[in-house]
Design a protein around this ligand. Sequence first.
Ligand SMILES: Nc1ncnc2c1ncn2[C@@H]1O[C@H](COP(=O)(O)OP(=O)(O)O)[C@@H](O)[C@H]1O
Ligand SMILES: Cc1ncc(COP(=O)(O)O)c(C=O)c1O
Length: 271
Amino acid sequence: MTIYKALTLAGSDSSGGAGLQADIKTFQERNVYGMSAITTLVAMDPHNHWHHQVFPIDIDTIAAQLETIVVGVGIQAMKTGMLGSTEIIELAAKTIKKHNIDRVVVDPVMICKGNDEALHPETNDALREILVPLSTVVTPNLFEAAQLAKIPPICTVEQMEEAARKIHELGAKYVLVKGGSKIQHEHAIDVLFDGEKIEHLESDRIETTYTHGAGCTYSAAICAELAKGAEPKEAIYTAKKFITEAIRHSFPLNQYVGPTNHMAYRLHGEG
Ligand SMILES: Nc1ncnc2c1ncn2[C@@H]1O[C@H](COP(=O)(O)OP(=O)(O)O)[C@@H](O)[C@H]1O
Ligand SMILES: Cc1ncc(COP(=O)(O)O)c(C=O)c1O
């Protein structure tokens, strides 16, 4: 039996729905052995409206984790999530280049759901200039796509397409701009551009606010499929089905947050 292995270089969401916890759960659901290099720790304050506190991790500790995984074990694919500083983005790029990692999903995490404020605004340009050019697939949401493409806020599918074309020029091979429920459309629509053709990925639009970790889960599912050898488009189509079921069966964790359901595609979706 071949064991396919994937790495997530991402932040830790103690509540388990997003970040590396979402990634590892998703890798497991997709029959891929998951490993993590932790970039930041996020804790939420139950006494203060679930206020997010971000605790950094020093760069040598992150580098040591990457060495364990990439050199000590070996991987077929990797994804990045919340990176937190330009230094960490540079470390990610150096690792990809040094080890010729050729299946890389970059989820350019700039904001957490419900917050329009960028987490680390100073890192947005570093993502754009250093990491996105090395990506096989990059998966910005509307806010992130506008930042990467350097265009005004995105409100229409045409603007999603414009952003996808501009981000492709940065060097990403496949650009997947996620519209989700934020675009006026009867479906949850994502725009995919491979440098030649624009495609629309449409799925049922689910009425829910429980979408914490949706972006992490989606990019992790793409990464898992790439690790198993799927072509990028095939990986993205499978991941779109996976995330749609995860959102359809999402649930409240407490009064503040509802994650997507990582088990849903296995339990309800594949048949
Ligand atoms: N209410 C929804 N119903 C169905 N699909 C959704 C919904 N919200 C988001 N999605 C889909 O989930 C995936 C993740 O998108 P999104 O939630 O925008 O990412 P992020 O967590 O990065 O903001 C995309 O494929 C998007 O279209
Ligand atoms: C560690 C971490 N990564 C990523 C995210 C982004 O999550 P989402 O997929 O909901 O955009 C969060 C949000 O809380 C987080 O805590």
